[in-house]
Write a new protein. Structure first.
Length: 429
């Protein structure tokens, strides 16, 4: 049985740097726990001369990562570039075809090309490991694949983006605006300094939802358009009103089976302040699984950053070193089904609506009439007048309303001349 494993790391950003140091400093610990020795034989990055915490050994550095396979005998490759296509896909594809195990935290790559790459891994009898792609250091994927392998999972939901959770938590604590809190998050390294859009618009969380769906429901990754909304339009006013109503606003990623069909979505939700998910704050992530016979399982931890991500990458490494050759998505490609997708227009849940209106007679009755026309009934209504401006905020909590009627209702509101701003709609969870 093989005792020595050669490792290549492609991508030396924040995660790649941290991982390199972990592999260097924990060689002995890895050997004690697995009986295997590791040796870093190749590293690759865009910029060789960038300041790093470690000295680059010239003979190990490759400007073009594809050259690694021509000159080195590699057993395990870490891909830490992070693109959904391009060199990220090419390097993983080449490694698998060369019978090299691959470990990656790249959720964009797995959610887009996971089925194709998993098939390659299966064909070449090597591992494609991506524990770090969802939930950072939380061992959620391994829990589904191994710990809950015989359970029938019906729903998975949670806070899957630490950046958004930090921003919403800080907006509640400091009563500061979205844009100011985002700047603070960028300074602290919780949000991308140049372009944080993929965190804020829900894309990052949805990529993770797609991976969770595929593992939980034994389906191929869905490529259908899902309900995806981010937190860019959340205002401090909505956070304060939610607070008074005993709610908090959280960006949730949700996937569930409804009538044997998958419904995946990411959007802000009003959650009860007394609920578990309502008390997961800051950069923390939490994932809740509902299944039979286990019931409800909760996993919580830091979902981002080099430390938690490297923890998951190292976990994948030890699994390979121990000889656990397994299917990337838990079962063989032949047993994974094409997903049947639930029609999102049919889904119903209560809504929070905030309308900024001219404060004059007849406005409220025109709004309730529009709601009634779209079969949306009111559970609770609050009117907050602003006498100086002669305007008012109307806050409505509805009974269950389906997505199609909600969309039509919003369109009708936009044509009402007494409504002075775009209405705010947040779903209750």
């Amino acid at each position: 049985m093989k005792k020595n494993f050669n490792i290549a790391i492609v991508g030396l950003g924040q995660i790649g740097n941290y991982l390199y140091n972990e592999l260097k400093t924990k060689k002995k610990d890895i050997q004690i726990k697995t009986g295997k020795k590791i040796n870093i034989v190749a590293i690759s990055a865009k910029n060789k001369n960038k300041k790093r915490k470690f000295k680059i050994i010239k003979k190990n550095f490759y400007k073009n990562p594809l050259e690694i396979f021509k000159k080195e005998k590699v057993d395990i490759l870490f891909e830490a570039i992070g693109h959904s296509d391009g060199i990220s896909k090419k390097i993983v594809e080449t490694a698998l075809k060369n019978k090299v195990h691959v470990i990656t935290p790249n959720k964009a790559l797995i959610s887009k090309h996971g089925d194709y790459l998993a098939n390659l891994a299966e064909k070449n009898k090597v591992n494609l490991e991506f524990e770090a792609s969802v939930g950072g250091g939380i061992p959620i994927l391994r829990t589904i694949k191994e710990g809950l392998a015989t359970n029938s999972i019906s729903k998975v939901y949670g806070i899957l983006n630490g950046t958004c959770n930090y921003i919403l938590t800080q907006m509640e604590k400091t009563k500061d605006s979205f844009s100011n809190v985002l700047k603070k998050a960028q300074l602290l390294g919780y949000a991308e300094p140049a372009n944080p859009k993929l965190d804020l618009n829900g894309y990052d969380a949805l990529a993770k939802v797609k991976i969770l769906s595929a593992l939980s429901f034994n389906n191929k990754i869905s490529n259908k358009n899902c309900l995806m909304e981010g937190i860019e339009n959340i205002e401090t006013k909505d956070i304060e009103i939610s607070n008074q109503l005993n709610f908090r606003i959280k960006l949730l990623g949700i996937t569930e089976m409804i009538n044997d069909q998958i419904y995946e979505r990411v959007h802000p939700c009003l959650v009860n302040k007394d609920s578990y998910i309502g008390n997961v704050n800051g950069v923390m992530n939490a994932v809740i699984l509902e299944g039979r016979p286990v019931g409800e399982t909760v996993l919580q931890g830091e979902g981002a950053g080099a430390g938690p991500t490297s923890s998951a990458l190292m976990s994948d490494l030890l699994s390979i070193l121990r000889g656990n050759i397994k299917y990337p998505f838990g079962i063989s490609k032949n047993r994974r089904l094409n997903p049947k997708i639930y029609d999102k227009n049919k889904y119903s849940n209560p809504l929070y609506l905030r309308l900024e209106v001219k404060d004059k007679p007849g406005v409220l009755s025109s709004i309730t009439k529009i709601l009634a026309n779209h079969k949306i009934s009111i559970q609770r209504l609050i009117q907050i007048p602003d006498n100086k401006r002669k305007t008012a905020s109307i806050v409505i909590i509805t009974h269950n309303a389906n997505e199609l009627n909600s969309k039509k209702c919003l369109t009708s509101f936009k044509s009402n001349k007494n409504i002075i701003k775009n209405p705010v709609l947040i779903r209750l969870f």
